[in-house]
Write a new protein. Sequence first.
Length: 386
Amino acid sequence: MLNFEFKNPTKILFGKGQIAQIATEIPAQSKVLLLYGGGSIKKNGIYEQVKEATRGFEVVEFGGIPANPEYEVLLRAIKVIKEEGITFMLAVGGGSVIDGTKFLSSAALYQGESPWDILSKRIRTEQGLPFGTVLTIPATGSEMNSGAVITRSETQEKLGMGGPGLFPQFSILDPQVVASIPQRQLANGITDAFTHVLEQYMTYPAGALLQDRLSESIMLTLVEIAPKILADPSDYEAASNFMWSCTMALNGLIQKGVPTDWAVHSMGHELTAFFGIDHARTLAIIAPNHYRYNFEKKKEKLAQYAERVWSVGQGTIEEKARLAIEKTENFFRSLEIETKLSAYTASYEGTAEKIAQNFRSRGWTGLGERKDLKPEDVEEIVKMSY
């Protein structure tokens, strides 16, 4: 097991009726910026609950944060923060709204020339404007971690950021919100969380027995509840396990003491930036071929995963490992997630070359758990995913 440090300061309030607790979590006399997305919270009753819970505060609203939080939109929110003297932010939404709020948390205090530097120069945020969240779409785990990904359509870029200053002060997780989530977003959430676990698990054996089994338990839970959630999103027990699995998949715990990959995300982000494909679906496009291409390096963990998650009991390590990839791809397809780029766009020719060139220009010349995945390898993996 590798050396590690672990600290997660986010307070979780989980269960029915927890939105009402917001008033006790926001510091007194705060001037609050309420951030949300396209307005679905005004249709499912969440907006009214939040407004009631924040009745004692001065609240300014900023809506319209898109599914891939857009830099130009967020610049307008920064202006509101500074003009209105905002001292606390409340993100009500899924990962995109929360990620956008994290960028604002950092940018509001940034003293440099351009807020985009935070992303392009990978500036670590040590202190940010405080914020809390009300999770409405389980998927990204952003409600309990310190990372974010922001899109800039002008330059077709989607880049990550992070730092200890970007943990939410608190996050409200009420599984009842799952009942109003559309099927496409439910499938995306399951796929996103599942792939988050794979990025921290599908590397090589590191002797971290508990971490492996924690990861496997999250994947097993997602496989078990996936058909239940899709059949009946109002099933509170299934929704509870879905929501908590998504949070646990990326709150930092399962990555401690083990090598992690994240090359799938790096490639997937490019597909979203180029074509606007849902984040989770880009992961389903890339992940199976990433494992095929890096088969020899990952076959031991692939075989273990086949045995423990998919109950594959027979065969050699190689046979089990190949079957693991096939079962993963079939799982995504069972959620009606297409796993080929050509299913999303007819303009895929040349994509692999562009992504490889982007990685070269950014200096990303050593991806994956061994830091040995070169841009030319990325090019081949993306071509396999056409």
